[in-house]
Design a protein around this ligand. Structure first.
Ligand code: SF4
Ligand code: SF4
Length: 287
């Protein structure tokens, strides 16, 4: 029997064109680099034989920045027959991918747009028109009474032929989020909004997006918590105790101490697009 994972995301790029303060996976810093589909297809296939993912997404960074985005979307669809497969985007590149998005919708993939700045919404609405044409039927999340129930959290739900095609969610609150924290791992984990959202990256299954983004940060910066981050070992499909390790994903890890993500904060607009260097950020925040 396959292991049931409630929320699993395929992280396909460190690159993002925005720089939202407190980004979970540190893509607001100058980290970059894509995962090619060819390098990852065998992992996707192998995991599909061992796990069932209820809420399955392709994510980054900004996944549309990855030149292989179409291969990723159709490839994950091929191996995972989950009802809820989404490509998650900040919505700023939609106009470059209209034809591919139509193919995804035909294949039962849902486009999830999280617009991070109200200024982007008008352009997103135009792109949705181009994708769906006059064939649009839209409800708000509050009107959703279907399965999966978490769709009620979206602002807008668009249908094609009575199937969900596109969901849109607007700006939301962020949490303070660091990589140099020395907090109480257990408490931070308890307060963490992302503790049950696990990430696949380079074939491994990670506790969360912060630990995946931290790999990109390690490559570029000298981090105070470098040793702690390097000690983390993602779940491998080859682990002898695979079932035990998958079950343990729900628990805190010592690396939760780095996050300090306990405090909910309001986002500020406009969202920046100019990446900052981590060292620059640290020196300015310590003044
Ligand atoms: S859009 Fe913002 S929150 Fe999303 S990955 Fe990019 S920097 Fe992070
Ligand atoms: S490392 Fe722990 S506290 Fe930090 S985001 Fe991941 S699960 Fe949450």
């Amino acid at each position: 029997m396959k292991h049931h994972i409630e929320m699993g995301q395929w992280y396909i790029t460190h690159t993002c064109n925005l720089a939202c303060n407190n980004c979970l996976s540190y893509n607001n810093y100058k980290i970059s680099g894509h995962e090619s589909w060819e390098d990852n297809e065998d992992f996707v296939k192998a995991w599909s034989e061992r796990v069932y993912i209820e809420d399955c997404s392709i994510i980054g960074g900004e996944p549309f920045a990855n030149p292989d985005i179409h291969k990723w979307a159709m490839g994950v669809r091929k191996y995972f027959d989950t009802q809820d497969l989404k490509v998650c985007t900040n919505g700023t590149y939609l106009d470059l991918h209209i034809d591919n998005i139509k193919k995804w919708i035909d294949a039962g993939i849902v486009l999830e747009i999280q617009h991070h700045d109200p200024m982007h919404k008008e352009k997103i609405d135009i792109a949705i028109q181009q994708i769906l044409g006059s064939n649009t039927n839209k409800i708000s999340g509050k009107e959703w009474h279907g399965d999966p129930d978490y769709y009620e959290e979206f602002d807008e739900i668009y249908f094609v032929d009575n199937r969900v095609a596109i969901v849109v969610v607007g700006t939301y609150d962020f949490y303070t989020h660091t990589i140099n924290g020395e907090g109480n791992a257990e408490l931070t984990h308890k307060l963490c909004a992302w503790r049950d959202c696990h990430y696949f990256y380079k074939g491994g299954l990670y506790k969360c997006g912060a630990l995946v983004g931290a790999q990109g940060m390690l490559d570029r910066y000298n981090l105070k918590n470098a040793d702690l981050i390097q000690q983390y070992r993602p779940v491998s499909i080859h682990d002898n105790d695979l079932e035990t390790r998958l079950t343990s994903l729900k628990y805190s890890v010592p690396q939760c101490a780095m996050c300090n993500n306990a405090k909910k904060i309001k986002k500020t607009f406009p969202v920046g697009i100019k990446k900052i260097d981590y060292e620059q950020h640290i020196s300015s925040s310590s003044k």
